[in-house]
Design a protein around this ligand. Structure first.
Ligand SMILES: [Zn+2]
Ligand SMILES: [Zn+2]
Length: 319
């Protein structure tokens, strides 16, 4: 499977502003001052080799949308945050608007950051496209219809041209969706959310966002680890630091990088991907959290190494 991240930010889209761009430019110009970067090639190599990710790029600001390519002809996505618009523009550029496609979407829950891309999901406006929205969350259809409704949005749901279907799922049951096997699980989060385990050809990806884990609740920790068991990739809600997640932000419905490492180690997962970044964190802070998480994994490792990565808009991972 190939996983493409179109939106990785939590709670609300967080565009990079001019001040942040300028700060990156100043750092890069200072680091490159003594070098003759007089061709595009030399400048690109300098960015690649001598600047950190935070200095040369950005983790991005779209809210949750992840594409799971199972190798089949139909699309499979997790969530329709603001990143879904960019995904849909890329899909249309690839196929052209005249060739209908089928889009399967697993929706974790109906908080705004996970569905706000739907009104701007271009395939909705094109006759012949099939859009199948799946969720264990009982209120998906109600929330999507309410979002495309006056006075908050000018295009009513009933005016959309595509065939749009809502397909309820039951947690802990396995379904065949978009060429993969999909199982949902209930997660601890305000108004409920659901994680999905997606399996294909012996490989597995767990998409688990908006999920709080309480370290003292060992039964729940064991249940989560069983859901992550031997996964090739766990896309994990690491919105807060551990300190915040067990103090001021306890019961806010999110988890931490440290909790992600612990659960993935318990589960024997291969790669942990930190996801749903806190909107107040800038690129340097996310770089620092990644470095801390890698160090934490090293000092707590008692079995095979758990690879740690952090999601950014545009990241592609093959499993
Ligand atoms: Zn969220
Ligand atoms: Zn949420």
């Amino acid at each position: 499977m190939q996983i493409t991240f179109w939106g990785t930010r939590g709670s609300l889209p967080t565009p990079l502003n001019g001040r942040a761009v300028r700060a990156k430019l100043i750092k890069a110009l200072m680091k490159g001052a003594a070098k003759s970067l007089d061709t595009a090639e030399k400048a690109a190599q300098f960015c690649e080799r001598e600047l950190s990710f935070a200095e040369s790029s950005t983790y991005g600001g779209n809210s949750a949308c992840v594409q799971i390519d199972t190798g089949g002809p139909e699309y499979l996505l997790c969530d329709l945050g603001s990143g879904a618009r960019e995904f849909s523009l890329a899909a249309l550029a690839k196929h052209g608007p005249a060739k209908p496609q089928t889009y399967h979407v697993l929706v974790s829950h109906v908080h705004w950051d996970h569905i706000m891309g739907f009104p701007f999901f271009v395939p909705c406006f094109i006759r012949g496209n099939n859009i199948c929205l799946y969720s264990c969350h009982a209120r998906l259809e109600e929330a999507i219809r309410r979002q495309n409704h006056e006075p908050c949005f000018p295009v009513e749901f009933s005016a959309l041209a595509a065939n749009i279907e809502f397909i309820p799922l039951e947690p802990d049951k396995t379904y065949e969706i978009g060429g993969a096997k999909v199982t949902g699980t209930l997660q601890l989060h305000g108004n409920d959310s659901y994680g999905y385990r997606i399996e294909k050809d012996g490989k597995s990806v767990v998409y688990t966002t908006d999920s709080e884990h309480k370290p003292e609740d060992r039964d729940e920790m064991n249940r989560a680890a069983a859901f992550f068991r031997n996964a090739d990739l766990v896309i994990f809600d690491a919105m807060y630091s551990l300190a915040d997640s067990i103090s001021v932000k306890e019961d806010w419905g999110h988890s931490s990088n440290v909790m992600g490492v612990e659960l993935c180690q318990m589960a024997g997962a291969k790669t942990l991907c930190l996801f749903h970044h806190e909107p107040v964190y800038d690129d340097e802070r996310i770089d620092a959290i990644l470095a801390e998480t890698i160090r934490f994994e090293e000092i707590t490792r008692s079995g095979p190494r758990l690879k740690i990565v952090t999601a950014y808009d545009g990241l592609v991972i093959d499993v």
